[in-house]
Design a protein around this ligand. Structure first.
Ligand code: FAD
Length: 409
């Protein structure tokens, strides 16, 4: 039995930033981070990018060196899932049956990859990409012979993985049930741009197709993906990138409110006393989405929610109110987005997409609501301020890439 003033569940982006921000703000109590994985906090984004491509080692992905955490007395319990909590007793049950009592709890457990529910989903060679362990298993399979990769789901992770495999020279088929890539997160123009890019890079792109089953050989190794139209796509390595299921079981079982993840207020408080939730698993009313209750899966959201909780725990009540931003690297394209690029009325393109350096500015009721910037860091940096200010710029000036966005504030 142990006691922590703050028990953090999950040592990913949100967990790491919570501990770090608490110490930065002078919090002196005992901080323990119980995390299921066997590593100190590392950056997750490279998993589907450089780490998958073998271009970045794990040593270069740690958020801070080990000494940083020990110098600040931040204690990590690795390989330690929290399996249940008793909020009235402020006590958590750990995977080995021991308990950790706490004064405040920060739930930052992210999510688990959504699995296919069809036949063959458990065959060897079928992978998801969420942890270092997942990618190490993929790389281990690639150390043998891989003839063809199928990526199921054309969201950011699926497309980044497809790009990494193509960079390594592997044949890749991407299968997506919707009629365009990135449909959940991007407007049609950006989807079209990325579809053209992947086709140019030799990806076989199948849109509007549902997976019916994964087919295996006698040894239990995947050999093909069977589609709803009866066709079969050969693949001996399959990546399933169809989203996550928020990892909130113990919280909901303890009575926390939530359906899609766990519900939090503007200070990231759950409905349970002294229990916060942040990051991918936290459903919150987002001011930049007209206060719609959403979960955001981004490093920005995990870090900024962590900062909100650290402030709250150290006596400063400043609500979570940060403009969302995100990035995605595919081939030599660096996409940076700010705001929400769906649900808008108008999209203004700045620059020529054929030049592989352009931006799309989205307007809602005449105000700048979001930007997607491809190889256009200057627009991203300046456009962020337009989103924050909800500016109403002149359309012609906005469409002219020679007009600096900051001049339209
Ligand atoms: P995580 O970082 O996932 O951390 C949660 C941790 O909690 C995990 O280690 C998990 O094992 C652990 N855990 C779960 N349940 C328990 C339990 N019961 N007890 C103890 N520990 C538990 N975002 C971007 O902004 N840009 C990108 O380019 C980008 N690329 C990405 C690429 C990939 C492949 C992935 C998977 C994500 C990417 N993201 C990106 C999203 C970003 O990484 C997440 O939004 C962020 O990691 C969320 O932080 P978190 O703390 O909520 O969860």
């Amino acid at each position: 039995m142990g006691f922590a003033d703050v028990l953090i569940v999950g040592g990913g982006h949100g967990g790491a930033q919570s501990a770090l921000a608490l110490r930065q703000r002078g919090f002196e109590g005992r901080i323990a981070v119980a995390t299921r994985e066997g590593y100190l906090p590392y950056e997750r984004p490279p998993l589907s990018k450089d780490y998958l491509a073998g271009a970045r080692p794990l040593e270069k992905m740690f958020i801070r060196p080990e000494s940083f955490w020990s110098d600040r007395n931040i204690e990590f319990l690795l390989h330690t899932p929290v399996v249940a909590i008793e909020p009235q007793l402020r006590s958590a049950e750990l995977g080995d049956g021991s308990r950790m009592d706490y004064h405040s709890l920060i739930w930052s457990a992210g999510g688990d990859p959504r699995r296919l529910s069809c036949q063959g989903a458990g065959l060897n060679g079928v992978h998801s990409i969420r942890t270092v362990g997942d990618v190490d298993r993929i790389r281990a399979q690639m150390d043998g012979e891989v003839k063809r990769v199928a990526v199921i789901g054309a969201g950011y992770i699926g497309l980044e993985a497809a790009a990494a495999f193509r960079t390594l020279g592997l044949p890749v088929t991407v299968i997506e049930r919707m009629d365009r890539v990135l449909s959940r997160v991007a407007g049609p123009a950006l989807s079209g741009f990325y579809e053209a890019e992947h086709l140019r890079q030799g990806v076989d792109l199948l849109l509007g197709h549902e997976v019916a089953a994964l087919l295996g050989d006698d040894a239990g190794q995947v050999r093909a993906v069977s589609l709803d139209d009866g066709s079969e796509i050969e693949a001996d390595l399959v990546i399933v990138g169809i989203g996550i299921v928020p990892a909130v079981g113990p919280l909901l079982a303890a009575g926390a409110a939530g359906t899609n993840g766990v519900d939090v207020d503007e200070f990231c408080r759950t409905s349970l006393d002294d229990t916060y939730a942040i990051g991918d698993c936290a459903a919150h009313a987002n001011p930049y989405a007209d206060n719609a209750v959403i979960r955001l899966e981004s490093v920005q959201n995990a870090n900024d929610m962590a900062n909100t909780v650290a402030r709250h725990l150290t006596g400063e009540r400043e609500p979570y109110d940060t403009v969302p931003w995100f990035w995605s690297n595919q081939y030599d394209l660096r996409l940076q987005t700010v705001g929400f690029s769906t649900e808008n009325d108008e999209a203004v393109v700045r620059g020529d997409p054929d030049s592989r350096s352009f931006s799309i500015v989205y307007l809602r009721e005449g105000r700048v609501a979001a930007l997607d910037c491809v190889n256009m860091t200057r627009d991203y940096a300046q456009g962020k301020r337009l989103v924050e200010a909800r500016s109403e710029p002149d359309r012609d000036a906005l469409a002219d890439p020679n007009v600096a966005l900051k001049s339209l504030l």
